[in-house]
Design a protein. Structure first.
Length: 417
């Protein structure tokens, strides 16, 4: 592999891994906020235990997501300084806002929510989780505004060989970003819904003592996942209207359209290969749509079955199936991300900056060492996250530390002299 391919592979692995954490974080945050709202309004002890149990899993995943996100953003300077020098003045503004939202507002209010159990007024505590959820949405929004500019550059001028932002509103209103944001948000709800339903199904299959808690959780998970599939499909369809001509031609496998797109790029930018890898685009798109159809079918059938309490409590084959479905939304999200990003190649900023020209001046050996280090670190982080989530999910609500009332202990004697 050439150096640029190694750099692309490194960013793909780290960004893809981070994307998995983000998807579950967005989905679980919303579900936890909704459940805590129900607990606060009704005083239901079951919903309060549900909030603590799912909230603890959310916190574990959130912490790992922060670590992977920091490492991923370092690569913009390490491997892609050409991109930041050329277009950083434009898309960097959205990343700066995202940093303020995610690392200051969201993390601050999440800390207050974690340590505010049994200390804050219940309405104030409820407000905290909603602020965390809304700022998580805002964080995803600004990330996709930045990515949308790379997909479809708008609101800029070229000065002295670099880009300068002239119309912030145009960048925010970019259709390539707006449609993608709602598509990703719908996908995150599917991830969170199937995760909640799958873990609940595992406990119901094991005949846990917390039957009521997991029966309600399963219904909430599937009740969110099914409408989220329709919502996501709607914005996925709209996304084809904002797609680059070359990507659309690659997806369709239309030789005439591919030749036309190539000829237009050659006429505008000179000789070169301007077509995305057709196999990757078609493979990722087909995988995304096939798995999406599977999820829609399972969610539809599950929403019928969950109307019958005996099925929710005792249909073990269904429980097995829902548990096995937990990784499917993650794979679907990654396939969709590959479809979106590979279809943009060979451009880092579509029509303006090639990926090969966006690289930092690094040697092949430096890139290989960096790739090895990143893969090793991220593999460990993913394994740790999986182990922690699986461990705490299996242990159930009885072992949850979040929101547990501290045990009063006698204070130590004070020595005076």
């Amino acid at each position: 592999m050439e150096t640029v391919d190694l750099a692309r592979l490194q960013f793909a692995l780290t960004a893809g891994a981070h994307f998995l954490f983000v998807a579950l974080t967005l989905g679980l945050a919303t579900l936890v906020a909704v459940i805590q709202t129900r607990a606060t309004l009704t005083g239901s002890p079951v919903h309060l235990r549900m909030t603590r149990f799912w909230g603890q899993l959310y916190i574990i995943n959130y912490a790992m997501g922060i670590v992977t996100g920091l490492v991923m953003e370092f690569q913009l300077g390490l491997s892609w300084s050409g991109l930041t020098e050329y277009a950083g003045n434009v898309f960097g503004s959205a990343l700066a806002i995202e940093t303020l939202v995610a690392f200051f507002i969201e993390s601050t209010f999440l800390g207050l929510w974690i340590f505010g159990w049994n200390k804050l007024n219940r309405w104030a505590h409820l407000a905290l989780i909603w602020v965390v959820t809304l700022t998580a949405y805002a964080s995803a929004f600004w990330i996709l505004i930045s990515n949308g500019f790379l997909q479809n550059p708008v609101g800029y001028v070229i000065e002295n060989g670099t880009l300068r932002l002239t119309d912030f509103g145009a960048m925010v209103a970019n259709p390539a970003a707006q449609v993608a944001f709602w598509h990703v948000m719908g996908g995150a709800m599917i991830v969170g819904g199937f995760f909640m339903a799958g873990v609940s199904a595992y406990h119901l299959r094991k005949r846990t003592a917390e039957q009521d808690l997991f029966r309600k959780s399963l219904r909430i998970g599937m009740g969110v996942a099914l409408p989220a599939t329709f919502f996501t499909a709607t914005f996925g369809g709209l996304g084809f209207e904002t797609m680059q001509p070359a990507k659309l031609a690659a997806w369709r496998g239309d030789a005439a359209s591919l030749a036309t797109a190539q000829a237009e790029m050659v006429a505008e930018h000179g000789p070169g290969d301007y077509l995305p890898p057709v196999g990757w685009v078609q493979g990722a798109g087909t995988t995304m749509m096939a798995l999406f159809a599977v999820m829609m079918l399972i969610a539809g059938v599950s929403c019928v079955l969950m109307l019958f309490r005996p099925a929710v409590r005792g249909f073990r084959l269904w429980h097995w199936l829902l548990t096995l479905m937990i990784p499917v939304p993650f794979v679907t999200m990654i396939a969709g991300w590959i479809f979106r990003e590979m279809g943009r190649q060979p451009w880092a900023v579509y029509g303006l900056l090639r990926t090969a020209d966006a690289m930092s001046p690094v040697t092949d050996m430096q890139m290989r060492l960096s790739l090895s280090a990143f893969v090793a670190v991220f593999s460990v982080l993913i394994l740790i996250n999986y182990w922690l989530l699986a461990r705490h999910a299996r242990r159930g609500p009885g072992a949850v530390a979040l929101g547990d009332r501290p045990i009063d202990t006698p204070s130590a004697p004070v020595l005076t002299f």
